[in-house]
Design a protein around this ligand. Structure first.
Ligand SMILES: [Zn+2]
Length: 76
């Protein structure tokens, strides 16, 4: 790799991986449909979704920030 390539490589922003999208990808079909419906329902808070996912053992922070970010960034 040339020096320029190496510098450009380092200059790339870190790839943002959405924790919620990762969970959706890994879920089995039934749960996935439920989760997607809840994510689309604005009356359900991110904290409610995240805390249940965390209780069920998914790698989601129960504070709900990741869910709110997913709704903002991914669901558009
Ligand atoms: Zn997402």
């Amino acid at each position: 790799m040339s020096l320029a390539d190496e510098i450009k490589e380092r200059n790339k922003p870190p790839v943002y991986e959405c924790a919620v999208c990762r969970v959706v990808d890994k879920m089995k079909q039934d749960d996935r449909a439920d989760l997607e419906a809840c994510l689309a329902d604005e009356s359900i808070t991110g904290t409610a979704i995240a805390s249940i996912l965390a209780e069920r053992g998914w790698p989601i922070n129960p504070d709900g920030k990741q869910v709110r970010k997913h709704r903002r960034v991914c669901a558009s």
